[in-house]
Ligand binder design. Structure first.
Ligand SMILES: [Zn+2]
Length: 478
């Protein structure tokens, strides 16, 4: 018998905010244990949460990027469960009126394009972290992560293979990074997902027994886990190797197996009810329109524009739209110098090398696009040589400098002073009569020694072609 797989995803994304969802503690990664904690996020009695507006901004942005309807009155609810890293013994989340509902995301796989429906996006707080200390046989709790804001994006069960799941996650990541909702870094846990999966005979309209794998945080693990689970379900159905039950499972990527964790809770187990401490958030037209106006051009629209209107090749356009930081810098620099190809080259090769050397990601790029455009103008006008432009770029990477002023100050401006060039050439010729004789005797390569000496003396601030011509002229006159 042939089977089909039905997959729905719950994707948790940490929002790029400075502070936590209901207090002013830092939401940044790192810090000493329990450094970013106050009575509110530690769940002290009597403390009242206040919603961080930025969280709602980003929740709405995510909703709009995924074509959702935005609920103009959105409310928070308590989801009860007891776990030591959750000091209130409930999580504040959204159940009855989440910020965004009923969206779609278009994905593309080897089978073509497909729309994945989004059921809802809700805002909620993260839990803390338990640290097990084997030495003293104790467990400590770190509340730094408690109340860090998250959104959970819940899809309908529209996905049917690991390939589609990967395409969907990559699409989410691309859209949300472009809109600066989150850096969506799976390896750092700022994007993680729960995979709900069942298998049924092809063509059947009845869903099979569903299992859930929690907290998956790498694309390769997700792919392997889905393939394993599909095979396990089919084996159970066909050969009766085990009885399938609705449950939560843990994926062990080292062993390549999934293990039962606990019976799957149903919504009733969580006893959702409206949180009386958090006021409903009402989104008026001004707020809604303001967020709508900040939405970025979609990556594929940018890509097409770069190719069709600015004349970039497909490779360059693909590299640039990988990151919003690259696109922003590219567009600012292009506005100054009008040379798309040059800007793309500097970003894709030189800036990428500098980022790699500093072990930084593209999103950490702080280079001013305007300054890059000005530097390119200096090069194309012949005022600064290419090797010296690279040196200036390396300084621009660290400091906000004006490239023209810096080039002037450091002696990087190309010399048009032929008198000076002639003097340097005369000195080089006088210091190396053998090279002169060799060149005149037919050894073309002998010129390189003289050329190098002159260029060094001129600190690279000379048009190479001009120098070469003047040098040949001078040597031939000897
Ligand atoms: Zn706090």
């Amino acid at each position: 018998m042939k089977y089909e797989t039905v997959i729905g995803l719950e994707v948790h994304i940490e929002l790029a905010t400075e502070s936590k969802i209901f207090c002013s503690c830092s939401a940044k990664f790192g810090g000493e244990q329990n450094d970013h904690v106050c009575p509110a996020c530690a769940g002290m009695p009597g403390m009242l949460p206040i919603v961080n507006k930025r969280v709602v901004d980003l929740g709405m942005t995510a909703g709009m990027m995924l074509n959702c309807h935005i609920n103009r009155t959105t409310t928070f609810d308590k989801k009860s469960y007891y776990y030591p890293d959750l000091p209130n013994a409930y999580q504040t989340t959204q159940w009855f009126a989440p910020v965004a509902v009923n969206g779609t995301v278009e994905i593309e796989t080897s089978k073509g394009k497909k729309n994945v429906r989004i059921k809802q996006i809700h805002m909620e707080e993260d839990a803390g972290k338990l640290v097990h200390d084997d030495w003293t046989n104790t467990t400590l709790v770190d509340f730094n992560r408690t109340s860090v804001p998250l959104i959970e994006i819940v899809s309908q069960p529209d996905l049917s293979s690991a390939e589609e799941v990967v395409a969907y996650l990559e699409r989410l990541r691309s859209l949300l990074r472009f809109a600066k909702v989150s850096d969506c870094r799976m390896e750092q846990g700022s994007m993680r997902c729960d995979v709900n999966l069942s298998v049924r005979p092809e063509g059947s309209d009845k869903l099979g027994i569903r299992t859930e794998m929690k907290n998956m945080n790498s694309i390769s693990a997700i792919t392997r886990a889905i393939e394993y689970e599909v095979a396990r379900h089919i084996d159970a159905i066909e050969n009766g190797t085990e009885e399938l039950v609705q449950e939560t499972r843990r994926w062990d990527d080292v062993k390549g197996k999934s293990y039962a964790m606990r019976n799957k809770e149903t919504a009733g187990d969580y006893r959702y009810f409206p949180d009386p401490n958090v006021m409903p958030v009402v989104i008026d037209d001004e707020w809604y329109d303001g967020i709508k106006a900040t939405l970025p051009e979609f990556p594929e629209v940018k890509r097409a524009r770069y190719i069709d209107q600015l004349g970039l090749g497909e490779y360059d356009a693909d590299q640039l739209v990988e990151s919003r930081a690259f696109c922003d810098c590219f567009e600012e620099a292009y506005a100054v110098c009008g040379n798309a190809k040059e800007v793309a080259n500097y970003l894709i090769s030189d800036c990428m090398n500098l980022l790699n050397k500093k072990q930084m990601t593209v999103d950490m790029l702080t280079l001013e696009g305007k300054s890059l455009g000005e530097l390119i103008n200096l090069v194309t006008e012949g005022k600064v040589s290419r090797p010296n432009a690279k040196k200036i770029l390396a300084v621009m990477f660290e400091n906000d400098i004006n490239p023209a002023e810096y080039a002037e100050k450091e002696g990087f401006i190309v010399s048009n002073d032929t008198g000076k060039i002639e003097k340097v050439i005369a000195e080089a010729i006088a210091s190396d009569p053998k090279a002169v004789a060799d060149f005149k005797g037919g050894k073309e390569k002998a010129l390189m020694a003289l050329f190098g000496k002159c260029m060094k003396e001129l600190k690279g601030n000379c048009d190479p072609q001009t120098l070469r011509e003047m040098l040949i002229d001078a040597v031939n006159k000897q």
